[in-house]
Each structure stands twice: as C-alpha cells, then as structure tokens.
Design a protein around this ligand. Structure first.
Ligand code: ADP
Ligand code: GLC
Length: 487
C-alpha cells in the first residue's frame, strides 16, 4: 500500500515535540508492516539540507500566486523517499517552524501550511507518474487542509488507483490552526467550504476542523484521548463534530522507536543498561548528579522532567510541591523551554536549592536521554495529554512515570497500588484529581516505594521490559488505511 505521510516536523531533522518523534518513526514501522511510505514535508532548512539525490519533480503555482518547486529525493537521516516543497519565501526562516524569535506565530502561517495540504492534494491527483499514493495520511493542523482540497478536487489518477483515501491524525486538539476569515480567499477552496459543514469555526477558519470534517478516517494518539475529545471539557469547541464523526474516529496508542530510545544501545547515555543488568543506571545517576552539582546520593530519589513548559503540562504542581519533595530527601532535574514565567520560576528554585534542584532552560536532545537514564521518576502531571511520550521513555529507561490520569498517560501507566503491585501490572504512580494534594500524595507514594528497594527494583524491571514497540501500532494504522480505502 502506498502511503503519503504529510507532516510539518520529522525527527531527527526538525522537532518541537512528540509529533516529530512519531512522524520520524512511522515510516520504518509501516515499511516493516509491508507498506510503501513516502514523506511530504515543507522545505525547512534542516530538511532540505538532508535531502539526497535531489530531483525537481515540478514547479507549481499556488492558489495565491506563489511559485514553488516540488523536489524529490531520499532523506539520508531516515533513509526514506521524500517529496519536499522548496519555497524559501515561506519556509527559509531560522528557529522554530511556526513562530518568530519573539514567539509570535508568523503572519502568513495560513499560506505556509495551506501549501502543505495543497501539494498533498496535487500528489493525490497523480503528480508523480512513477508513484501514486493510495492513502494520504496527514498529521495535525499543519497538514489538515489536504482532505479538504482532495474532497473538492478528486483524484484524476490512473485507473488502478481510482480513489485516494485520507486519514487525519490529531496529535493535539488544542493547537488548531485558526485564522481570520479574510484569509479564506487565499486558499483556493470553493466558497461552500467556508460553512459550518466545512472549515468555518465561529466566524474564522480552522485547519483542524477541515481535517476532522473532510478526512475519510480520523485517528488520535491514544484510545482514552479519542474518547475525551468527544466531551465539551476536552473537545476544544470541536466535540460536537467529533461526536458526529465518532464512527470514523479511533485512538491508536503511540509507540517508542527502539532505534532511538533503548538504554542498552543508546550512544547518548554514559553507561548502557537494561532490565537484566541495571547497574549502568546507578552510574548514569551518579554521573549526572555530579555534572549538575547535585548532591551525589544514591538514596535520594531523582525526579526528572523533560517537557515543553506550557500550561498543558501541569508543571505548576511540581513547582508548588517542590519544597515537600526536597524535604523528603528528593532531587529534581528539569529540562524544558516555553512560557517565560515558568522558565523563571524553575530557574529561581534551582538557584535557591542548587544541591537538590537543577534546571536547564532550552532544547537538548542528548541531555533529555541523560535525564531518562539517570532519574528514578519521570514527572508528567499534564492537565491533558493526547498520548505523551516522555512517560514511555521513562518506562523504557527505568524511570517510573508519575502521571495525571488523562489521555495516553491513563493508557500507559498503572499505579503502584497494593493490588496492582501484587499482580505485577504496576509500573508507576497515577493521580486522579487534578489537585496539589493528589499530586503530592503520588509523590509520597513514589518515596514510599523507593524506600522498599527490592520491590522498587521489581517494578522497575517490569517497566523496562514492557513492549512499547511499533509493531502493534503499525498494524492498527494499516487496518485504518484499509478501512479508509473501503469507503
Ligand atoms: P508534546 O509533544 O506535547 O511536547 P510528548 O511527550 O509527546 O509531548 O513529546 C515530547 C518530546 O519532546 C519528547 O521526545 C521529549 O523528550 C522532547 N522534549 C520536550 N522538551 C524537550 C527539551 N527541552 N529538550 C529536549 N527534548 C525535549
Ligand atoms: C502531541 C501531544 C502529545 C503526543 C504527541 C505525539 O504533541 O501533546 O501528547 O504524545 O503529540 O503524538
């Protein structure tokens, strides 16, 4: 099955969050499952720079009159065939792909990402005579216009592929790509698309809604989040549409790319280890404590955070609970960037308690690996979390996740309650009420288990052995593609 995967980010070339990890791992997983995936990506500098054996497929005129070049080649970092849209006027900007240096969204984002969906739709119409997608699989709002364009301009492809199906995956419903209505004229969609039954959203246009409305199949990144987004509390104003489309909506839990996240073979960590030989983990912890100027204490449980610093992530509980955590003899290491006030607050706590708290503001892939390898607990107290990857990386690296019971966190972490310890299913710490008291109690449970080292080590070994690989998720995507094709 030929799958055109359309996304704005891709690990290891361009990443602002988990979307890139998934977009980067899915092609190999789909190939292993018997599909032929190819990528369609915007021509951001790191992506263009990695494209090998480059050929020009064609020059296209966009609906708003830009001329762009569609390149084709092989991405060396992923060893995957890729189409890349070369449009320097839209994509050649340093730094974050969506925002300028002052963290303001670029004023022409509607064009920058309409282009991605529009080119996907051109591909569906048989732009490359040598390779025709059967399914266009779009990720998040950046690619969400593809199903809309395709709905209004059906494939004119060779007879053997009479219809190109669309699958739209929501990685985070909170980021919607909403733009002022006056930009609609740029898009080259018929006026009928600007309607409640279309991409109109409270007088504006929503790229997310286009994906949800026009795609043949919708998926999101965990079964629990697939249910949650159908409620007014978590539906971000789109729960009505999601309920109406519940029959074509499913949740496929994200997986972990073992080639990148495996403590036995990870070149980014100081001492390799695995469930059978966990000794390297203690050495990683001591080395990190020393490097960061934390007290080098085996007996101090080290809590780790690797996160965007946004309201979504619930890290205000960590800030407010930090005194109690330190008083119980714990340490915190945090790597993150995002909202200025939260960055400042964490920095201040590190300055006040340098032996117990270490904070690095910024983005650092290698340091993230060190934190999972060294820490005992990975904190993910998110208010909402479509899937979450860091709790899964924590599991693989024997850093037991402490999570709020939402979205993919609820689907991957089982609390260390007595009964779940007894039957061997426990792998972390889960709190239900989104309150300081509930978070603090979960932290206390982590301390209590840590004090019983044999039991802790048993839970940790089981967590590290858990199968979080891509095989199962890839099989579910293949089934989803097949069902989209059967429409
Ligand atoms: P989200 O996509 O909402 O940010 P996920 O848990 O799905 O959350 O994915 C986050 C990804 O980004 C993980 O790979 C995590 O390790 C990484 N990450 C987040 N913040 C940083 C950072 N400051 N430095 C390095 N990696 C980070
Ligand atoms: C989003 C979500 C996160 C998810 C990731 C990858 O960024 O916030 O929960 O794990 O996408 O699907």
């Amino acid at each position: 099955m030929n799958i055109l995967q359309v996304s704005a980010e891709i690990f290891p070339l361009l990443k602002t969050g988990g979307l890139a990890d998934i977009a980067g791992a899915l092609p190999a997983a789909l190939t292993a499952a018997g599909c032929e995936p190819r990528l369609l990506l915007p021509g951001f500098a790191p992506i263009l720079g990695d494209l090998q054996e480059v050929q020009t497929l064609c020059v296209l005129s966009t609906p708003w009159g830009d001329r762009v070049t569609l390149l084709w080649g092989r991405l060396a970092a992923l060893d995957t065939a890729a189409y890349v849209i070369d449009a320097p006027q839209l994509y050649d900007r340093p730094g974050n792909p969506y925002e300028d240096a002052r963290r303001q969204p670029y004023a022409d984002n509607h064009r920058r990402f309409a282009l991605l969906g529009w080119v996907a739709a051109q591909m569906a119409r048989g732009l490359d005579v040598d390779w025709q997608p059967q399914v266009v699989h779009c990720h998040d709002w950046h690619a969400a216009l593809a199903p809309a364009y395709m709905a209004f301009a059906p494939a004119q492809s060779p007879a053997q592929f009479p219809r190109v199906a669309t699958v739209y995956t929501v990685h985070n419903l909170a980021y919607q790509g909403v733009f002022a209505a006056h930009h609609f004229g740029d898009l080259g969609l018929p006026d009928t698309a600007f309607a409640v039954d279309g991409l109109e959203f409270h007088g504006q246009m929503s790229f997310m809604k286009a994906g949800l409305y026009y795609a043949d199949r919708i998926s999101t990144v965990s079964p629990t989040y697939a249910r949650e987004i159908q409620t007014p509390e978590q539906g971000c104003g789109l729960d009505g549409l999601l309920r109406a489309r519940a029959g074509v909506l499913s949740g496929i839990l994200n997986a972990v790319d073992d080639a990148v996240w495996n403590p036995a073979s990870d070149p980014l960590i100081a001492h390799p280890f695995d469930a059978r030989k966990p000794g390297g983990k203690a050495r990683c912890k001591a080395a990190l404590q020393e490097t960061l100027g934390l007290a080098v204490q085996t007996e101090a449980p080290l809590f780790g955070v690797v996160s965007r610093l946004t309201e979504q992530k619930g890290l205000h509980w960590v800030l407010a609970g930090l005194d109690a955590l330190i008083a119980q003899g714990g340490q915190l290491v945090l790597l993150g960037s995002g909202e200025g006030a939260m960055e400042d607050a964490f920095r201040a706590r590190a300055a006040a308690h340098p032996e117990s708290v270490s904070v690095r503001i910024g983005y650092d892939e290698s340091f993230a690996h060190s934190i999972f390898a060294a820490s005992d607990v990975t904190l993910v107290p998110s208010r909402f979390e479509p899937c979450g990857l860091t709790q899964m990386y924590g599991l693989k690296y024997g850093s037991l996740p402490l999570v709020h019971c939402v979205g993919g966190l609820a689907d991957t972490v089982v609390d260390c309650s007595l009964e779940d310890l007894a039957d061997g299913s426990a792998n972390g710490f889960v709190f239900h009420d989104f309150t300081q008291a509930a978070f603090d109690r979960a932290v206390r449970r982590a301390f209590a288990l840590f004090a019983q080292r044999p039991e802790w080590n048993r839970v940790r070994a089981r967590a590290m052995r858990q199968d979080l690989g891509w095989q199962n998720a890839a099989a579910q995507y293949v089934a989803l593609y097949q069902s989209a094709l059967s429409v």
